[in-house]
Ligand binder design. Structure first.
Ligand code: UDX
Length: 450
């Protein structure tokens, strides 16, 4: 099938590549000429495991093309995806300017009947706006071309995007037109093996499904972070509590890891946008607001542990902190809404210097912070420890999971570790003579009990 995809970010580039991989003829469109030039030369703008070889192979095979020529792309496509960004507006609602600009472009260039698919995470009602925008363009051209707008939200996780795309657990399709669902069912047939993963529904329900999924996951995390904070106060170990509740299949093992708060391009933005949608309909989004507030507070929690250890924030002046992790989660170089950013700012405000290491996000950190003398971006985790007083861990990269505690003890002048992801066993790390502060466990619970 002939597919055009607008937007070469995480969602557009990964979806386009996976559709080409299963044999479709895909053209990816972006307004950013430099990005398109780069992609044509095999320069992938994001780090995502498995993506680069797949892009190169499909591009070489002629199934995956990159262009800024929107007109030609639309004119030859039977299915057109909208996968551009929906950044938060000042008030937290999703900014639809890019989505609607693409809709206008589609309306200007459509030559034959097509299905337009919203893959971007967009508020309920956006498909209707896209439909009206395209219809207005067609009318001003004086042409009558049949088209449908389908909502097909994307559920891929950064760091596992290719895998999620190739093996989706569900494919949500929102449209009232049986012919549209049938056509997309054919498009997705190679991904839909063994059992039927297509969940067809009306457009608005599909749009809300995406927000409901992300808000539910964010709620689980904030819930566990609140339990961790209670654990600290009552002297319980939240990791044991986690193991105690996860075995109940109604609760489940996933997304109950307490930590330094959730970040990324989806949860913070989508929880806020859904809360805005509720408020616009005169509903008080009590739970969503709480999920957001707990997360905001949680991002500052690791620094609170620094203050508890040192007795006052002022003691941090002149200290050097090694920071392991910058990305909002492992296997990505993405630092959007990352908890590391809050901690860095708090440490700098307190007069501390930071030596940071992240396996993938150093360039991104350099781009965000530029050159500053209170930040050294190191090439290895050991290098970050050199001359450091304390270690903070904020991203759960696998390589941080089993450090040599004796080496840590010798390297850190104050022999203290602040663990924002609960990676270590308190007894084991403390046996090496290291003061261990974690989320709802370790020293943080014993200090409160004392
Ligand atoms: C999320 C959804 O999982 C995905 O389905 C949707 O399409 C986009 O948003 P992503 O933002 O890539 O994906 O990351 P995810 O793996 O869900 O992690 C989000 C954040 O939550 C990370 O900062 C992570 O560290 C944190 N997290 C996750 C926890 O703090 N605890 C957990 O138990 C799980």
């Amino acid at each position: 099938m002939h597919v055009a995809i607008f937007g070469t970010g995480y969602v557009g580039l990964v979806s386009g590549t996976c559709l080409a991989e299963v044999g479709h003829d895909v053209v990816c469109v972006d307004i950013d000429q430099a990005k398109i030039d780069g992609l044509q030369r095999g320069v992938i703008p994001i780090y995502e495991p498995g993506l680069e070889p797949m892009v190169k192979a499909n591009h070489a095979a002629g199934r995956l093309k990159f262009t800024t020529d929107a007109g030609a792309a639309v004119a030859s496509a039977e299915i057109v995806f909208i996968a551009v960004g929906t950044p938060p507006d000042e008030d937290g609602s999703a900014d639809l300017q890019y989505v609607l600009a693409v809709a206008r472009t589609i309306g200007r260039h459509l030559r034959a009947p097509a299905i337009v698919v919203d893959k971007s995470t967009v508020p309920v009602g956006t498909a209707d706006q896209v439909r009206a925008t395209i219809a207005a363009e067609l009318e001003s051209r004086g042409v009558d071309i049949d088209f449908d707008v389908v909502s097909n939200p994307e559920f891929l996780k950064e760091g596992a995007a290719v895998e999620d795309c190739m093996r989706p657990d569900r494919i949500v399709l929102g449209s009232r037109e049986p012919a549209s669902i049938e056509k997309l069912r054919r498009l997705y047939a190679p991904f839909n093996r063994n059992h039927d993963r297509i969940v067809a529904m009306d457009v608005r329900s599909a749009e809300l499904t995406k927000y409901a999924a992300n808000a539910m996951l964010a709620t689980k995390i904030s819930f566990m972070n609140e339990i961790a904070n209670i654990a600290e106060k009552v002297g319980a170990d939240v990791e044991q509590v986690r193991r105690g509740i996860g075995s109940d299949p109604r609760i489940g093992w996933h997304f109950i890891y307490p930590g330094a708060g959730y970040g990324g391009s989806c949860f913070p933005k989508d929880v806020q946008a859904l809360a805005r949608t509720a408020a616009q309909h005169s509903l008080e989004p009590t739970l969503l607001n709480a999920v957001e507030a707990v997360n905001d507070r949680q991002k500052a929690h690791l620094f609170d542990l620094f203050v508890r250890h040192y007795g006052a924030a002022g003691v941090l002046r002149g200290k050097t902190v090694a920071l392991w992790g910058l990305a909002f989660k492992p296997n990505t170089d993405d630092m959007r809404e990352a908890s590391s950013r809050r901690l860095l700012q708090q440490l700098w405000d307190a007069g501390a210097r930071v030596r940071a290491f992240d396996p993938e996000a150093r360039d991104e950190a350099r781009r965000i912070f530029g050159e500053r003398e209170d930040l050294v971006l190191c090439d290895t985790d050991d290098e970050a420890l050199q001359g450091a007083d304390a270690l903070a861990v904020i991203t759960e990269w696998k390589q941080f999971r089993s450090p040599d505690f004796e080496f840590l003890k010798r390297s850190l002048r104050d022999a203290v570790v602040f663990d924002g992801r609960n990676l270590y066993e308190p007894a084991e790390i403390e046996a090496a003579g290291i003061a261990y502060w974690a989320i709802g466990r370790g020293r943080s619970i014993r200090q409160d009990r004392a």
